[in-house]
Each structure stands twice: as structure tokens, then as C-alpha cells.
Design a protein around this ligand. Structure first.
Ligand code: ZN
Length: 195
């Protein structure tokens, strides 16, 4: 395979990038200044080398623990559970939540072999033992996201006194949290209800 075909192939493996876009990106880089392409390559190398899941919450960060777990001004009594680290950026953009996060690393999907043990759930249960008063379940409003929320609700039942809430409806059904706008997410937080 030629060098050009190799890069087209790599771009084509990215989500939402078809063969045509992969070709366009590749030729765009080839036509541009070599240093621009090298900067992209270096940025990729850097995240691969530096970014790791936070040992506390599972967020992806170059810092350990991550910026949300380190920030003492954030409310440590509230944990918002999300499927992916990318969901955190969407919630932060809403400006509505000032607690801590917990990243599951996906959702329950038995057909794909993703059960509770494949998700970051045991660590969540451990964290709940430390003075958490509210667990906000912000898994996606999809079939899998709802099933995951219901599983979590049962899994944390032994923590009596823990308020377990779910973001209000209104988020695009079947869509990903990361694609919802800040105002919609802020409203979903304000209207969250007990599970
Ligand atoms: Zn963290």
C-alpha cells in the first residue's frame, strides 16, 4: 500500500469519515505546508503519550487525578455518571453542573459482550461509600442508555439515603449527550427527577 493510501485508510477508520472525506483530508495535508501536517501528527502522538483514564473517575486527562477530581471548588457530594469522557465537555458547556463525574466507558450491550464487568461500575460503587449524597445518571437517552441507568439504579440500591436522579426528558431521544446543546442539557439538569 502506498503512503497516500495508508493515510486515506487511517482517516477512513475515524467515525463519520467516509472514503471521499478521507481522500480530501489526505490531499489537503499534502498540498499544505509540511509543518502543518507535522503539527497534526505531533498532536496525535502527544495525546497518545500523555492522556490516560483518571484513576478516580475514568475521565480522559493528562493529569492524574483529572482536573474535575482535583478541583476542590467542585461539589464532591454530587457525582454525574456519563457513558463517555466526551459527554463531560457537553455537560460543562451547559454550565449547570458543578459536581464530580464518573465515566462508565460505554453502556450495557449484551449482544456486543458488554456487561457490568466491562464498564467502570465497581469503581463507582466504591466512590459512593465516601459521602456522596446525589448520583445523577446522565447516560444517553437511547435504549442501551436507559437499560444502563436502570442497572445502575439497582446496583446502588444498598446505599440508603443516596438520592438517585435521571436527567429530564427533552434530550434528543436515541441521540448522544455529546451532541446536545448547552441549553438543552442545562434544562435536563434542572428538571432531573428521582428514579
Ligand atoms: Zn477524575
Amino acid at each position: 500500500m502506498s503512503a497516500i493510501e495508508g493515510l486515506i485508510g487511517e482517516f477512513g477508520r475515524l467515525p463519520g469519515i467516509g472514503r471521499k472525506t478521507a481522500q480530501r483530508l489526505t490531499y489537503h495535508l499534502l498540498k499544505g505546508r509540511p509543518e502543518d501536517a507535522s503539527r497534526l501528527s505531533a498532536a496525535i502522538d502527544r495525546v497518545v503519550a500523555e492522556v490516560r483514564p483518571c484513576g478516580e473517575c475514568g475521565n480522559l486527562s493528562s493529569e492524574a487525578p483529572c482536573e474535575y477530581c482535583r478541583n476542590s471548588r467542585r461539589d464532591a457530594s454530587q457525582i454525574c455518571v456519563v457513558e463517555e469522557a466526551s459527554d463531560i465537555a457537553a455537560i460543562e458547556a451547559s454550565g449547570r453542573f458543578r459536581g464530580r463525574y464518573h465515566v462508565l466507558g460505554g453502556h450495557l450491550s449484551p449482544l456486543d459482550g458488554v456487561g457490568p464487568d466491562e464498564l467502570n461500575i465497581a469503581q463507582l460503587v466504591q466512590r459512593l461509600a465516601g459521602g456522596i449524597t446525589e448520583l445523577i445518571i446522565a447516560t444517553n437517552p437511547s435504549v442501551e442508555g436507559e437499560a444502563t441507568a436502570a442497572y445502575l439504579h439497582r446496583a446502588v440500591a444498598p446505599f440508603t439515603g443516596l438520592r438517585v436522579t435521571r436527567l429530564a426528558r427533552g434530550l434528543p431521544v436515541g441521540g448522544d449527550l455529546e451532541y446536545a446543546d448547552g441549553v438543552t442539557i442545562a434544562e435536563a439538569f434542572s428538571g432531573r427527577r428521582e428514579m
